[in-house]
Design a protein around this ligand. Structure first.
Ligand code: ATP
Ligand code: MG
Length: 473
């Protein structure tokens, strides 16, 4: 039923039939498997398609490439997989396999196996479904762990014992949390406990793979889902301790500061409504990262975090290094956002003068819009009146930025036709005609009757010159 409604399945129907027929001729079983099947059911876009062949995946891909007219095949002999690129698709073939793991590595010992063996080795029930493509079972869902039910119940669950699944390959813990975040699903209790129990095993996973999953969490619509799971399972402390340190509330003489971990998550979620720039999202995560290190209780004043923006921006590089994020201009952008994240707020609390706004704009340059988005997201407080007041002040700053930008633009703006252009185009007899023509173009563009484009300005000028009796050269 779901297949008839799936654009994704219908779009590739011809290809699937060809593949099924070829497998029939070779007496092989072949199935669609994993993420693509999940995405068919969820009706999500999906680019890579995985097939599992009972037998040798590479041999099958070779013969398919010939059927498809010598499509290009890449082989990964070590993994027993082969990829074919067609149009914007990458299709991958793997022989069904059975895996057994050793304690110190996520690279298993692999033997040929059945479809069920292959489904058993997958990370989550929603990622372990297959669809038959042979004539005898074309379009049939093969779902031994009720992945379909878990999609309906919006549940993340491992196919086998979570303790074994996560211990075998601890990256699966990050994947479970990442899928919960991307899809807005809940992690089933035993699966969750399996993560808590095996969290320390994350140490055998490379930083690159961990960060790849972190970035996918960050690019989800509501990243706080993932960070809360990371926090409560105990993984956050291991993979990103600086963020964990934001957590906690201290009280002295009845004064408490806010919990900067949950504040940061709220800022991040807010920002995700405004921007899908991953680096701005990283800036939101890191904007208060130095609050624990700069926290002081000052009698008569309360809690202060003086200089946290400065110290925080200096923490960006070591964190990027550790997480194996790129140490390039993207990192510099994040440093700059962290350093300046308080400035628009401070500005909104003073009298907003043109020169103060201009100074900020000079310092930030073309990233001003990004900074404003970050600052808007940073307005979180339980006191609605306070939020409203800050938002209003903030609107004043934004309006001022616009005005100053417009003023400066106009001051520096030059019409698209210069005095030299006029001398080159017309037989000028009276010198004052140059200024007159130039001014007329400028005014018409400012009035909006002529577009700020040279060709259009010349159309206008030619007509005016003609009326004034000025000849073209
Ligand atoms: P995405 O493409 O969004 O990252 P995906 O689930 O398609 O998600 P892939 O890395 O493309 O992820 O993997 C394809 C399939 O391979 C998965 O759906 C899953 O069945 C299986 N798989 C991937 N990684 C693992 C793993 N670490 N352990 C077990 N199975 C895995
Ligand atoms: Mg995939």
């Amino acid at each position: 039923m779901y297949l008839n409604q799936s654009e994704l399945f219908i779009k590739h129907l011809d290809l699937f039939k060809k593949i099924g027929e070829l497998a029939d001729r070779q007496n092989k079983e072949i199935y669609l498997i994993g993420g693509f099947v999940r995405d068919i059911i969820l009706q999500r876009p999906s680019k890579d398609i995985d097939f599992v062949v009972i037998g040798k995946g590479i041999d099958f891909a070779k013969s398919l490439a010939q059927v498809l007219g010598n499509a290009k095949v890449s082989y990964f002999e070590n993994y027993g997989t082969a990829q074919i690129s067609i149009e914007d698709l990458i299709i991958e073939f793997v022989g069904a396999r059975k895996e057994s793991y050793q304690r110190d590595s996520r690279n298993p010992i692999v033997e040929d196996g059945t479809l069920k063996d292959d489904q058993d080795r997958r990370d989550l029930t929603i990622n372990a479904m297959g669809i038959g493509l042979n004539r005898s079972n074309f379009g049939q869902l093969i779902d031994p762990f009720d992945g379909l039910g878990d999609i309906e119940r919006q549940t993340i669950r491992t196919p086998l014992d979570p303790d074994k699944t996560f211990s075998d390959d601890p990256l699966r813990m990050m994947r479970a949390i990442r899928f919960a975040t991307q899809l807005g699903f809940k992690i089933e209790e035993n699966t969750y406990e399996g993560i808590v129990k095996n969290k320390e095993r994350i140490s055998i996973i490379s930083q690159e793979r961990i960060t790849e999953e972190l970035n996918k969490i960050i690019m989800s619509p509501v990243p706080s889902i993932g960070f809360e799971y990371l926090y409560y399972t105990g993984l956050l402390e291991l993979v990103f301790p600086e963020m964990q340190d934001l957590h906690g509330v201290e009280t002295i003489n009845g004064f408490s500061h806010k919990d900067n971990f949950f504040h940061t998550l709220q800022v991040l979620d807010n920002l995700c409504q405004l921007s899908d720039d991953i680096w701005l999202r990283w800036a939101a995560i890191l904007h208060d990262i130095a609050k624990p290190a700069t926290k002081r209780f000052e009698p008569g004043i309360g809690w202060t975090f003086h200089g946290h923006e400065d110290k925080g921006s200096r923490m960006v590089k070591p964190i990027f290094k550790k997480l194996k994020l790129p140490l390039n201009e993207k990192m510099k952008f994040v440093e700059k956002m962290v350093l300046l994240h308080l400035r628009p707020i401070v500005l909104s609390q003073e009298k907003v003068t043109d020169s103060a706004v201009r100074r900020l704009m000079m310092e930030i340059g073309e990233d001003i819009d990004q900074l404003m988005k970050l600052c808007k997201s940073d307005i979180t407080s339980k006191n609605e009146k306070k939020v409203e007041r800050i938002k209003q002040n903030f609107a004043v700053v934004e309006e001022k930025i616009k005005q100053v930008a417009e003023k400066d633009y106009l001051r520096n703006w030059q019409p698209p036709i210069s005095g030299t252009d006029i001398i080159n185009r017309y037989q000028i007899i009276k010198k004052e005609h140059i200024g007159l023509l130039k001014n007329a173009v400028k005014q018409s563009i400012l009035d909006g009757t002529v577009a700020d484009v040279q060709t259009e300005a010349f159309v206008f000028l030619d007509q005016l010159a003609n009326e004034m009796g000025i000849q073209k050269k």
